[in-house]
Ligand binder design. Structure first.
Ligand code: ADP
Ligand code: UDP
Length: 235
């Protein structure tokens, strides 16, 4: 497998073509952004950590029957993935109120939700990733009702698997964002699962182990990512 041209550079990752048109290289950088790119910084070694965490979680999800784009790890910052036609709807699953849910609905941060809440956001940097509903998704032609149903069902399955997985590692899975895409007539889980796109709290004291440390300048950002990596990957 040969690395070819850069196809896209996003806020945290770079996608490269390969000599196989159905495969891409997903490269994780140390770049961190928050508030839709208004705050920028570097989290040292984040790319290496996020590559490891995503590889571990996606291979575990595959074993449990969730189809993902993950193929194999290539090196410390890169993984081989199946090329997706990304569905421009981000699914957020929440178990505990935090972030925009707490702010928008006036729910105290840390309130356990009696059931998981799923939300849709339109993946559009220009529009600031607005929250959308089924009607907007239909109007914008982002996904068919069947595709959306599959994504919701899969996101809830992923939540069940990951809640247990993190609980066994003394971490509360507060919320997370997933992206899906089309490949060979199937929908696969794509992108990443990392502390960049999830909220992870230490079980005993709710110590924050995710990108909120960067967003809110709480310090010990790299240490938090390393701690998640240690507990998830067993290092
Ligand atoms: P952003 O675009 O939000 O700045 P990233 O820096 O994470 O995000 O860039 C990675 C981009 O690659 C994202 O837009 C993501 O949707 C896309 N992507 C993730 N997995 C795949 C895949 N398997 N095939 C094609 N694109 C993908
Ligand atoms: N999230 C993400 N990308 C986005 C928006 C949110 O990965 O563009 C993740 C975020 O890290 C958190 C969850 O989705 O784990 C819910 O985010 P929220 O709506 O609370 O927004 P935030 O307050 O993080 O901007």
């Amino acid at each position: 497998m040969e690395k070819r041209e850069k196809l896209y550079e996003g806020k945290a990752k770079i996608m490269f073509a390969t000599d196989d048109p159905s495969l891409l290289i997903q490269h994780f950088t140390d770049n961190a952004t928050a508030f839709n790119g208004k705050k920028k910084g570097i989290i040292k070694n984040k790319g290496i950590i996020n590559n490891k965490i995503t590889a571990k979680i996606f291979s575990m999800l595959e074993e449990k029957g969730i189809p993902t784009h993950f193929v194999e790890v290539i090196n410390d910052r890169e993984m081989l993935v199946k090329k997706l036609d990304i569905i421009m709807v981000e699914l957020v699953v929440r178990n505990i109120a935090a972030g925009s849910l707490a702010n928008r609905l006036g729910i105290e941060t840390g309130t356990e939700l009696p059931f998981p809440i799923v939300e849709y956001y339109y993946k559009s940097d220009e529009l600031n990733d607005p929250m959308i509903n089924e009607w907007h998704i239909k109007y914008l032609n982002l996904a068919t009702p069947e595709e959306l149903q599959y994504m919701v069902d899969t996101a809830l399955k992923v939540n069940d698997i990951l809640k247990k997985f993190f609980d066994e590692r003394d971490i509360k899975l507060v919320d997370f964002k997933l992206e899906f895409g089309r490949h060979d007539g199937k929908i696969l889980l794509g992108d990443e699962f990392t502390p960049d796109g999830s909220r992870l709290w230490n079980k005993s004291d709710n110590y924050i182990l995710d990108k909120d440390r960067f967003r809110k300048d709480l310090g010990f950002v790299e240490e938090a990512y390393e701690e998640v990596c240690r507990r998830v990957c067993g290092e």
